[in-house]
Design a protein around this ligand. Structure first.
Ligand SMILES: [Zn+2]
Ligand SMILES: [Zn+2]
Length: 312
Protein backbone atom coordinates (compact mmCIF):
# COMPACT_ATOMS: atom_id res chain seq x y z
CA UNK A 1 0.00 0.00 0.00
CA UNK A 2 1.09 3.54 -0.64
CA UNK A 3 2.16 5.46 2.43
CA UNK A 4 1.81 9.14 3.11
CA UNK A 5 5.55 9.48 2.48
CA UNK A 6 5.16 7.82 -0.92
CA UNK A 7 2.26 10.12 -1.61
CA UNK A 8 4.44 13.13 -0.96
CA UNK A 9 7.09 11.60 -3.20
CA UNK A 10 4.44 11.24 -5.90
CA UNK A 11 3.81 14.94 -5.55
CA UNK A 12 7.48 15.66 -6.08
CA UNK A 13 7.63 17.12 -2.61
CA UNK A 14 10.42 16.80 -0.10
CA UNK A 15 9.61 14.17 2.49
CA UNK A 16 10.62 14.08 6.10
CA UNK A 17 11.80 10.75 7.46
CA UNK A 18 11.20 9.62 11.02
CA UNK A 19 14.72 10.77 11.88
CA UNK A 20 13.73 14.28 10.92
CA UNK A 21 15.88 14.55 7.78
CA UNK A 22 14.37 15.47 4.45
CA UNK A 23 14.97 13.75 1.15
CA UNK A 24 14.21 15.19 -2.27
CA UNK A 25 11.07 13.83 -3.94
CA UNK A 26 10.97 11.66 -7.06
CA UNK A 27 8.15 11.18 -9.52
CA UNK A 28 6.42 7.77 -9.79
CA UNK A 29 7.34 5.46 -12.61
CA UNK A 30 4.73 3.86 -14.86
CA UNK A 31 5.32 0.50 -13.11
CA UNK A 32 4.70 2.16 -9.73
CA UNK A 33 1.43 3.58 -11.00
CA UNK A 34 0.27 0.21 -12.36
CA UNK A 35 1.22 -1.53 -9.10
CA UNK A 36 -0.64 1.06 -7.06
CA UNK A 37 -3.73 0.87 -9.25
CA UNK A 38 -3.71 -2.93 -8.91
CA UNK A 39 -3.46 -2.62 -5.13
CA UNK A 40 -6.49 -0.34 -5.23
CA UNK A 41 -8.70 -2.36 -7.59
CA UNK A 42 -7.94 -5.89 -6.32
CA UNK A 43 -9.54 -5.56 -2.85
CA UNK A 44 -12.75 -4.32 -4.52
CA UNK A 45 -12.79 -7.41 -6.76
CA UNK A 46 -11.87 -9.70 -3.85
CA UNK A 47 -14.85 -8.44 -1.84
CA UNK A 48 -17.23 -9.03 -4.76
CA UNK A 49 -15.82 -12.54 -5.26
CA UNK A 50 -16.22 -13.28 -1.53
CA UNK A 51 -19.87 -12.22 -1.67
CA UNK A 52 -20.53 -14.48 -4.68
CA UNK A 53 -18.70 -17.49 -3.18
CA UNK A 54 -20.27 -17.14 0.26
CA UNK A 55 -23.80 -16.34 -0.96
CA UNK A 56 -26.47 -18.04 1.19
CA UNK A 57 -23.82 -19.53 3.45
CA UNK A 58 -22.07 -16.62 5.17
CA UNK A 59 -23.76 -13.67 3.45
CA UNK A 60 -27.33 -12.88 2.40
CA UNK A 61 -29.49 -9.84 1.58
CA UNK A 62 -29.74 -8.89 5.25
CA UNK A 63 -25.94 -8.81 5.57
CA UNK A 64 -25.59 -6.83 2.35
CA UNK A 65 -28.29 -4.43 3.60
CA UNK A 66 -26.41 -3.96 6.88
CA UNK A 67 -23.21 -3.42 4.91
CA UNK A 68 -24.89 -0.79 2.68
CA UNK A 69 -26.65 1.10 5.50
CA UNK A 70 -23.54 1.19 7.68
CA UNK A 71 -21.31 2.07 4.73
CA UNK A 72 -23.44 5.01 3.63
CA UNK A 73 -24.12 6.28 7.19
CA UNK A 74 -20.51 6.19 8.39
CA UNK A 75 -19.18 7.19 4.95
CA UNK A 76 -21.35 10.33 5.04
CA UNK A 77 -20.06 10.91 8.59
CA UNK A 78 -16.61 11.20 6.99
CA UNK A 79 -17.48 13.04 3.76
CA UNK A 80 -20.29 15.39 4.88
CA UNK A 81 -19.17 15.56 8.53
CA UNK A 82 -15.42 15.24 9.06
CA UNK A 83 -14.43 16.52 5.64
CA UNK A 84 -16.84 19.09 4.21
CA UNK A 85 -18.28 20.44 7.49
CA UNK A 86 -15.56 20.17 10.13
CA UNK A 87 -12.38 20.44 8.02
CA UNK A 88 -13.49 22.96 5.41
CA UNK A 89 -16.63 24.58 6.90
CA UNK A 90 -18.44 24.24 3.56
CA UNK A 91 -21.76 24.82 5.33
CA UNK A 92 -23.19 25.44 8.79
CA UNK A 93 -25.63 23.32 10.71
CA UNK A 94 -27.18 22.92 14.17
CA UNK A 95 -25.10 21.69 17.14
CA UNK A 96 -27.23 18.54 17.26
CA UNK A 97 -26.55 17.66 13.62
CA UNK A 98 -22.87 18.44 14.22
CA UNK A 99 -22.80 15.87 17.03
CA UNK A 100 -24.58 13.23 14.93
CA UNK A 101 -22.13 13.72 12.04
CA UNK A 102 -19.13 13.65 14.39
CA UNK A 103 -20.24 10.34 15.94
CA UNK A 104 -21.03 8.80 12.53
CA UNK A 105 -17.60 9.91 11.29
CA UNK A 106 -15.84 8.28 14.24
CA UNK A 107 -17.82 5.11 13.55
CA UNK A 108 -15.85 4.87 10.29
CA UNK A 109 -12.82 4.14 12.54
CA UNK A 110 -10.48 6.53 10.75
CA UNK A 111 -9.38 8.19 13.99
CA UNK A 112 -10.94 10.76 16.34
CA UNK A 113 -12.62 13.77 14.80
CA UNK A 114 -9.93 16.14 16.13
CA UNK A 115 -7.06 14.04 14.74
CA UNK A 116 -8.75 13.45 11.37
CA UNK A 117 -9.48 17.13 10.80
CA UNK A 118 -5.97 18.19 11.84
CA UNK A 119 -4.40 15.63 9.47
CA UNK A 120 -6.60 16.61 6.57
CA UNK A 121 -5.98 20.33 7.03
CA UNK A 122 -2.24 19.57 6.91
CA UNK A 123 -2.79 17.63 3.67
CA UNK A 124 -4.26 20.76 2.10
CA UNK A 125 -1.70 23.12 3.56
CA UNK A 126 1.26 21.12 2.24
CA UNK A 127 -0.17 20.35 -1.20
CA UNK A 128 -1.31 23.92 -1.69
CA UNK A 129 2.24 25.14 -1.19
CA UNK A 130 4.07 22.43 -3.02
CA UNK A 131 7.65 21.63 -2.12
CA UNK A 132 8.83 23.32 1.01
CA UNK A 133 6.74 26.21 2.26
CA UNK A 134 9.42 27.22 4.76
CA UNK A 135 12.96 28.45 4.69
CA UNK A 136 15.56 25.80 3.77
CA UNK A 137 17.50 25.98 7.05
CA UNK A 138 14.35 25.26 9.02
CA UNK A 139 14.09 22.13 6.89
CA UNK A 140 17.38 20.80 8.25
CA UNK A 141 16.85 21.72 11.85
CA UNK A 142 14.85 19.10 13.70
CA UNK A 143 14.30 21.43 16.65
CA UNK A 144 12.80 24.31 14.75
CA UNK A 145 10.87 21.99 12.49
CA UNK A 146 9.49 20.16 15.52
CA UNK A 147 8.45 23.43 17.05
CA UNK A 148 6.77 24.50 13.87
CA UNK A 149 4.92 21.20 13.64
CA UNK A 150 3.75 21.54 17.23
CA UNK A 151 2.58 25.05 16.42
CA UNK A 152 0.63 24.20 13.27
CA UNK A 153 -0.60 20.99 14.86
CA UNK A 154 -2.43 23.21 17.29
CA UNK A 155 -3.71 25.70 14.72
CA UNK A 156 -5.02 22.91 12.50
CA UNK A 157 -7.60 21.74 15.00
CA UNK A 158 -8.07 24.72 17.28
CA UNK A 159 -11.75 25.34 16.51
CA UNK A 160 -12.67 21.73 17.34
CA UNK A 161 -10.56 21.56 20.51
CA UNK A 162 -12.40 24.65 21.78
CA UNK A 163 -15.77 22.95 21.25
CA UNK A 164 -16.62 20.87 24.38
CA UNK A 165 -19.01 18.61 22.47
CA UNK A 166 -16.34 17.75 19.90
CA UNK A 167 -13.74 17.18 22.62
CA UNK A 168 -16.14 14.80 24.36
CA UNK A 169 -16.78 12.84 21.16
CA UNK A 170 -13.03 12.68 20.51
CA UNK A 171 -12.40 11.40 24.04
CA UNK A 172 -15.01 8.66 23.59
CA UNK A 173 -13.54 7.19 20.43
CA UNK A 174 -13.31 3.61 21.77
CA UNK A 175 -16.95 3.30 22.87
CA UNK A 176 -17.99 4.81 19.51
CA UNK A 177 -15.92 2.18 17.68
CA UNK A 178 -17.48 -0.56 19.83
CA UNK A 179 -20.94 0.74 18.88
CA UNK A 180 -19.89 0.77 15.22
CA UNK A 181 -19.30 -3.00 15.46
CA UNK A 182 -22.06 -3.98 17.88
CA UNK A 183 -24.92 -2.11 16.17
CA UNK A 184 -24.79 -4.12 12.91
CA UNK A 185 -24.11 -7.28 14.93
CA UNK A 186 -27.22 -6.69 17.06
CA UNK A 187 -29.27 -5.86 13.95
CA UNK A 188 -28.01 -9.07 12.30
CA UNK A 189 -28.93 -11.03 15.42
CA UNK A 190 -32.53 -9.71 15.39
CA UNK A 191 -33.09 -9.77 11.61
CA UNK A 192 -31.76 -13.32 11.29
CA UNK A 193 -34.25 -14.57 13.87
CA UNK A 194 -32.21 -14.21 17.05
CA UNK A 195 -29.36 -16.52 16.02
CA UNK A 196 -25.67 -16.44 16.90
CA UNK A 197 -24.84 -16.91 13.20
CA UNK A 198 -26.88 -13.77 12.46
CA UNK A 199 -24.93 -11.85 15.11
CA UNK A 200 -21.61 -12.97 13.60
CA UNK A 201 -22.47 -12.28 9.94
CA UNK A 202 -23.88 -8.86 10.95
CA UNK A 203 -20.62 -8.15 12.77
CA UNK A 204 -18.61 -9.34 9.77
CA UNK A 205 -20.43 -7.58 6.90
CA UNK A 206 -21.97 -4.57 8.64
CA UNK A 207 -18.90 -4.11 10.84
CA UNK A 208 -15.52 -5.45 9.78
CA UNK A 209 -15.92 -5.75 5.99
CA UNK A 210 -17.69 -2.38 5.84
CA UNK A 211 -14.87 -0.70 7.82
CA UNK A 212 -12.25 -2.36 5.61
CA UNK A 213 -14.06 -1.28 2.45
CA UNK A 214 -14.54 2.31 3.62
CA UNK A 215 -10.89 2.56 4.70
CA UNK A 216 -9.88 1.26 1.32
CA UNK A 217 -11.99 3.83 -0.53
CA UNK A 218 -10.75 6.70 1.66
CA UNK A 219 -7.17 5.58 1.14
CA UNK A 220 -7.79 5.19 -2.62
CA UNK A 221 -8.96 8.81 -2.84
CA UNK A 222 -5.82 9.96 -1.04
CA UNK A 223 -3.54 7.95 -3.32
CA UNK A 224 -5.10 7.44 -6.78
CA UNK A 225 -6.51 10.98 -6.80
CA UNK A 226 -2.97 12.29 -6.63
CA UNK A 227 -1.48 10.32 -9.52
CA UNK A 228 -4.09 9.11 -12.04
CA UNK A 229 -7.13 10.81 -13.53
CA UNK A 230 -8.02 14.12 -15.14
CA UNK A 231 -7.22 17.70 -14.27
CA UNK A 232 -9.06 20.86 -15.18
CA UNK A 233 -7.90 23.74 -13.03
CA UNK A 234 -4.73 25.67 -12.55
CA UNK A 235 -3.62 24.23 -9.19
CA UNK A 236 -0.06 23.68 -8.01
CA UNK A 237 -0.41 20.10 -6.74
CA UNK A 238 -0.87 16.78 -8.61
CA UNK A 239 -4.49 16.17 -7.57
CA UNK A 240 -6.86 14.48 -10.04
CA UNK A 241 -10.55 13.76 -10.66
CA UNK A 242 -11.30 10.01 -10.90
CA UNK A 243 -14.81 9.37 -12.23
CA UNK A 244 -14.99 5.60 -11.53
CA UNK A 245 -14.19 6.22 -7.87
CA UNK A 246 -16.76 9.01 -7.49
CA UNK A 247 -19.78 6.94 -6.40
CA UNK A 248 -18.05 4.52 -3.98
CA UNK A 249 -16.27 7.51 -2.41
CA UNK A 250 -19.62 9.32 -2.10
CA UNK A 251 -18.32 12.14 -4.30
CA UNK A 252 -14.86 12.57 -2.79
CA UNK A 253 -13.01 11.37 -5.90
CA UNK A 254 -13.61 14.77 -7.57
CA UNK A 255 -10.49 15.48 -5.60
CA UNK A 256 -8.85 17.84 -8.10
CA UNK A 257 -11.97 20.05 -8.03
CA UNK A 258 -11.71 19.89 -4.25
CA UNK A 259 -8.09 21.03 -4.20
CA UNK A 260 -9.01 23.88 -6.57
CA UNK A 261 -11.97 24.94 -4.39
CA UNK A 262 -11.49 23.36 -0.93
CA UNK A 263 -14.45 25.14 0.67
CA UNK A 264 -17.00 24.11 -1.96
CA UNK A 265 -19.80 21.98 -0.49
CA UNK A 266 -20.03 20.10 -3.80
CA UNK A 267 -16.89 18.38 -5.09
CA UNK A 268 -18.58 17.46 -8.37
CA UNK A 269 -18.71 20.85 -10.08
CA UNK A 270 -20.01 20.08 -13.56
CA UNK A 271 -23.60 18.87 -13.81
CA UNK A 272 -22.66 15.21 -14.50
CA UNK A 273 -19.94 15.26 -11.85
CA UNK A 274 -22.45 16.63 -9.38
CA UNK A 275 -24.75 13.68 -10.23
CA UNK A 276 -21.96 11.40 -8.95
CA UNK A 277 -21.50 13.35 -5.71
CA UNK A 278 -24.02 11.93 -3.19
CA UNK A 279 -22.47 13.91 -0.34
CA UNK A 280 -23.33 17.17 -2.13
CA UNK A 281 -26.84 15.78 -2.62
CA UNK A 282 -27.18 15.15 1.12
CA UNK A 283 -26.00 18.69 1.95
CA UNK A 284 -28.54 20.09 -0.56
CA UNK A 285 -31.30 18.01 1.07
CA UNK A 286 -30.23 19.23 4.51
CA UNK A 287 -30.37 22.81 3.21
CA UNK A 288 -33.89 22.28 1.89
CA UNK A 289 -34.90 20.78 5.25
CA UNK A 290 -33.57 23.89 6.99
CA UNK A 291 -30.74 22.18 8.87
CA UNK A 292 -27.90 23.46 6.66
CA UNK A 293 -27.18 27.06 5.68
CA UNK A 294 -24.38 29.26 4.32
CA UNK A 295 -23.64 26.42 1.88
CA UNK A 296 -20.51 27.38 -0.11
CA UNK A 297 -21.08 27.19 -3.88
CA UNK A 298 -18.66 27.91 -6.70
CA UNK A 299 -20.28 29.69 -9.65
CA UNK A 300 -19.41 28.61 -13.23
CA UNK A 301 -17.78 32.04 -13.66
CA UNK A 302 -15.44 31.43 -10.73
CA UNK A 303 -14.64 27.97 -12.08
CA UNK A 304 -13.82 29.46 -15.51
CA UNK A 305 -11.32 31.86 -13.91
CA UNK A 306 -9.23 28.91 -12.72
CA UNK A 307 -9.11 27.05 -16.05
CA UNK A 308 -5.64 27.44 -17.65
CA UNK A 309 -5.79 29.63 -20.78
CA UNK A 310 -3.99 27.03 -22.93
CA UNK A 311 -6.77 24.49 -22.38
CA UNK A 312 -9.44 27.03 -23.21
ZN1 LIG B 1 -5.40 15.70 -1.90
ZN1 LIG C 1 -10.22 18.46 1.91
Amino acid sequence: MISLAQLNVANGARIRTSSGFTVPGMTMTRADKVANLAAIVLPFLATIVAVVLLWDRAVDWIDLGLFAVMYVATGLGITVGFHRLFTHRAFQTTPRVERVLAVLGEMAVEGTIIQWVADHRKHHAFTDREGDPHSPHVDHSGGLRGLWHAHVGWIFHEDLVEDPAMRRISDRFLPVVAASLLLPAAAGFVLHGFTLAGFLTGLLWGGLVRIFFLHHVTWSVNSVCHFAGSRRFDVEDHSTNVAWLALPSLGEAWHHNHHAFPRSAAHGLRRWERALDPSAGVIALMERAGIAWNVVRITPERQAQRVPVAQG
